[in-house]
Design a protein around this ligand. Structure first.
Ligand SMILES: Nc1ncnc2c1ncn2[C@@H]1O[C@H](COP(=O)(O)OP(=O)(O)OP(=O)(O)O)[C@@H](O)[C@H]1O
Ligand SMILES: [Mg+2]
Length: 257
């Protein structure tokens, strides 16, 4: 199926289905994102958030439908503890972002090192450029990975649960960085289990293997949508001050192991 390129849209997904060779894990996904927006990707464990990112990155071919991404895509993966003992510095990790732009036979030069160093500066990690990546805190590692995506000059950033495990000051710092990046016209898809946080973003995409809803959080995050997204797992309670019904997702949905 052919997809139209929308007026100025940075990513356009049309009737997408995906699988890993077995059962379908994403079905009939359909959305479009303009520049300069933060979009929360919500869904339970196994709901297909990371799989959607893999399709957008071109790592997994769609089974059906089409995906168009304008420009390059920067990816900040879900935390992978197993890779933390590689002896690479924060600067090396940021420098990896340049590898997509230089020929395979050439090593990164001074220009690329300066770009990587600048990107570390932008995320507030210049002083720790020489420190071993695995010896950084979770929040610092997230910022280095954002720097790597910036070095790729990505117009679309895919952040897979970037806030999980961050303390509140690291989370605030990352939020401020995301505000800055969208103000520059980049769009950011953020997989998260934090529905309350996503309410402050521009759009939300609710996934539970199929697309439950897509739109502005205030209009989209209804009780019905949350129930269809998270099944019977959500719990409703009355907000003490507003008297309006609010919803929480039980803690096991934050468990990404
Ligand atoms: N490499 C793989 N091979 C086969 N199946 C996979 C693979 N990766 C994920 N899956 C399956 O695809 C489905 C969606 O998984 P995915 O990782 O996209 O979910 P998720 O929404 O990112 O979950 P979480 O919140 O736990 O990170 C799950 O049923 C999962 O078991
Ligand atoms: Mg995931």
């Amino acid at each position: 199926m052919a997809a139209r390129r929308g007026n100025g849209s940075i990513v356009e997904v049309s009737r997408l289905s995906a699988s890993y060779g077995g059962p379908i894990v994403l079905e009939n996904i359909h959305f479009r994102v303009e520049p300069g927006l933060k979009i929360g990707i919500l869904g339970p464990n196994g709901g297909g958030k990371t799989t959607l990112f893999r399709v957008l990155l071109g790592e997994l071919a769609p089974l059906r439908g089409t995906v168009l991404v304008r420009g390059s895509c920067g990816y900040v993966p879900q935390t992978e503890r197993s890779r933390l003992d590689y002896p690479v510095s924060a600067l090396d990790v940021a420098l990896m972002g340049t590898l997509t732009r230089i020929p395979w036979w050439r090593r990164p030069r001074r220009t690329e090192r300066l770009q990587a160093f600048d990107a570390l500066g932008k995320v507030g990690m210049k002083e720790l450029a020489d420190k071993q990546f695995g010896a950084l805190s979770g929040g610092q590692r997230q910022r280095v990975l954002v720097a790597r995506a910036l070095v790729q000059d990505a117009q679309l950033l895919l952040l897979d649960e970037p806030f999980s495990g961050l303390d509140s000051s690291s989370a605030e710092r990352l939020s401020a960085l995301l505000d800055q990046l969208t103000a520059e016209g980049r769009s950011i898809l953020i997989a998260t289990h934090d529905v309350e946080q996503a309410r402050a973003w521009d759009l939300v995409l609710c996934l539970n293997r199929c697309q439950v809803a897509f739109g502005q959080p205030s209009k989209t995050l209804t009780r019905w949508v949350l129930q269809a997204t998270y099944g019977g797992a959500i719990v409703a309670f009355s907000g003490r001050e507003s008297g309006q019904a609010q919803f929480i997702i039980p803690p096991h949905h934050n468990d990404t192991s």
